[in-house]
Design a protein. Structure first.
Length: 55
């Protein structure tokens, strides 16, 4: 995956999420910050994120 700046047209919400994408809204709070997810995210990226957070 490549990093896309927030101002990029590619970062705008998609009308319909791809079948392998999940439309989620959640926030994970850590001791020194938080991670907020809101919108379409691929199942593969979500699994990768969960694996990394378990480390």
């Amino acid at each position: 995956e490549d990093v896309v700046p927030a101002t990029s047209p590619r970062s705008q919400p998609v009308a319909a999420a791809a079948p392998e994408s999940l439309n989620i809204s959640c926030e994970v709070t850590f001791r020194h910050g938080s991670l907020r997810l809101n919108g379409a995210i691929s199942e593969n990226i979500l699994n990768l994120l969960i694996r990394e957070l378990k480390r």
